[in-house]
Design a protein around this ligand. Structure first.
Ligand code: PGA
Length: 254
């Protein structure tokens, strides 16, 4: 069984609550929500800025995962400003988001760079969420499946353990825009992805790897998206900054 995976991507923001320690309130609300779901299994991850990792990891009390939004492909060296898997693990962080379209766009991360990071995270025993997604132009030209297949093949090596990786399908044109693909299109894309993954990596891997959707997910549309075939969770940007909205999204697994 694939446990639903709900992830928050704060990007370069901190959470927006009115209390003196908003991170604490945020973490407590998530933990209350998870407890409220009782026996319904759900895995929640919060990908926050490096500056908030230690605080959030303490607040999470092992009830949800805390992860970084990127990491360098080697363990150490003269790379001013960068953070490695080893450094993340030094502070108890075992989760990382890789290949987000904003990293690919603003930091020129190619598939080859993403592949190195994915490999490095797995070699170091981290759990990673690998983002893939097509541009508006590629979508309009009917190239979505080709683009996604290439990104997957380039980023994920054969024999990668399925429990170490989550694939996040995020159409670039849906990120932060309020434009969400139709439920039919999300279903078709996710189903095609799983079929492709089965052909490329074997059915055992394809049956267990989680494929989540991201791009303008909010408290209103999350429940429907979470119940689509072959959708195993959601990656949430803007709406994850408000604990009430994010908790509503987590509750969408019901
Ligand atoms: P969004 O961002 O939910 O604000 O569209 C999603 C993401 O970039 O991961």
């Amino acid at each position: 069984m694939r446990v639903p995976y709900i992830a928050a991507n704060w990007k370069m923001h901190s959470v927006k609550n009115q209390t003196a320690l908003p991170e604490q309130e945020y973490a407590e609300k998530i933990m209350d929500k998870i407890a409220e779901l009782g026996h319904i299994a759900v895995e929640v991850s919060v990908f926050c800025p490096y500056t908030h990792l230690m605080l959030m990891e303490q607040m999470a009390e092992d009830q949800f995962n805390v992860g970084a939004q990127d990491m360098h492909p080697v363990d150490r060296g003269a790379y001013t400003g960068d953070i490695s898997a080893e450094l993340l693990q030094d502070i108890g962080i075992n989760h990382v988001l890789l290949g987000h379209s904003e990293r690919r766009h603003y930091h020129n991360e190619t598939d080859a760079v993403v592949a190195k990071k994915v490999n490095q995270s797995i070699q170091n025993g981290l759990y990673c969420v690998v983002c893939i997604g097509e541009s508006d132009t590629q979508n309009q030209a009917g190239k979505t499946h080709k683009v996604l297949q290439k990104q997957i093949k380039n980023a994920i090596a054969p024999h990668t353990p399925a429990d170490r990786i989550v694939i996040a399908y995020e159409p670039i044109w849906a990120i932060g825009t309020g434009r969400v693909p139709s439920v039919k299109d999300i279903t078709t894309t996710h189903t095609n992805l799983r079929t492709f993954i089965a052909k490329t990596y074997g059915t055992e891997f394809a049956d267990s790897v989680r494929i989540i959707y991201g791009g303008s997910v909010n408290g209103t549309n999350a429940c429907e998206i979470l119940h689509l075939p072959n959708v195993d969770g959601v990656l949430v940007g803007g709406a994850s900054l408000h604990s009430d909205d994010f908790c509503k999204i987590i509750g969408g697994v019901l």
